[in-house]
Design a protein around this ligand. Structure first.
Ligand code: ATP
Ligand code: MG
Length: 270
């Protein structure tokens, strides 16, 4: 049992997102200030682990972030990855597919952005959009999107076998919290740019999205590539949870600095 098991969805487990609190602080070491301090300590450990992953240069970590609008995908990336060496981290945002993307299978654009050995790759949205928005907006028929759960499981199994550890994070906010954040985006000139008119249409289909998320998570949470549902109404709790999960995942991977080249101890620098 690890701390992050609290948020992990066990394989083959059906979930009811409405029954999972978005505003809990369960498992936090204290209130806001204490938790933020604990997160700072975790982020220092994360930086050390990433340095080892990068030096080892054999395996990679892929962090998939999925959420409703304004749930804090960007904020999570910003807060959790400050302090890691930017050389070894790459964040990619997957927007609506281009014509070239649509001319290929749905994993084509994903494959091209996968992290290299030694890297941490962050996906802000991902191949999961192809069973989420694509399902809700009926962009393709069910006979096309439904087999994708199995395709995704096989794809992620393959990546795992090849040395990529995959962690999938669903930032879970309430509909009320989204309304608050949208209002703030509309009111604050420094946040206006974050709002798009399309967000309102997506919000109208909130329940459909929750169903699509629940099924995607249920069908694709595996031992090797688990989903975590993160209560995300409170940003400080969200950051603590994500930092905990990433530190525990990297500790399990236990990357090692490479052995010194033979004869290094005989070299004299004059
Ligand atoms: P932001 O926080 O900046 O709003 P965002 O990820 O919402 O970030 P947008 O440019 O607002 O970025 O929206 C991207 C849109 O592209 C989302 O509505 C998303 O669902 C959609 N999208 C992503 N992948 C696909 C896909 N494969 N098919 C159809 N739509 C997709
Ligand atoms: Mg958006």
């Amino acid at each position: 049992m690890t701390e992050s098991d609290r948020w992990r969805v066990k394989p083959h487990t059906k979930i009811d997102l409405a029954g999972i609190a978005t505003d809990t602080t369960e498992g936090a070491p204290g209130g806001k200030d204490e938790t933020k301090e604990a997160t700072t300590v975790l982020l220092e450990r994360l930086a050390g682990l990433q340095a080892r992953l990068w030096a080892e240069h054999r395996r990679s970590l892929l962090v998939v972030l999925q959420a409703m609008d304004a749930a804090g995908k960007d904020g999570t990336v910003k807060h959790v990855f400050t302090g890691v060496n930017p050389m070894g981290v790459r964040a990619v945002a997957f927007k609506a597919p281009s014509q070239a993307d649509l001319d290929h299978d749905f994993l084509w654009r994903i494959q091209r952005e996968l992290p290299e050995r030694g890297d941490i790759g962050i996906f802000n949205r991902s191949h999961y959009e192809d069973v989420l928005i694509v399902r809700v907006e009926e962009l393709v028929p069910e006979s096309v999107w439904r087999p994708r759960y199995a395709t995704i499981r096989a794809f992620e199994d393959h990546l795992t076998e090849e040395g990529t550890t995959i962690v999938k994070l669903f930032l879970h906010i309430s509909k009320e919290e989204q309304a608050e954040r949208f209002k703030a985006r509309l009111k604050d000139p420094t946040k206006n740019w974050k709002f798009s008119v399309a967000d309102v249409d997506v919000r109208k289909r909130w329940d459909d999205y929750q169903i699509a998320y629940a099924e995607a998570i249920h069908r694709t949470s595996t031992e090797g590539a688990p989903w975590y549902v993160i209560p995300a109404d409170r940003k400080w709790y969200r950051d603590f949870a994500v930092a905990t999960i990433l530190v525990e995942t990297l500790e399990r991977m236990d990357p090692q600095f490479p052995e010194a080249a033979p004869g290094l101890d005989h070299i004299k620098i004059v």
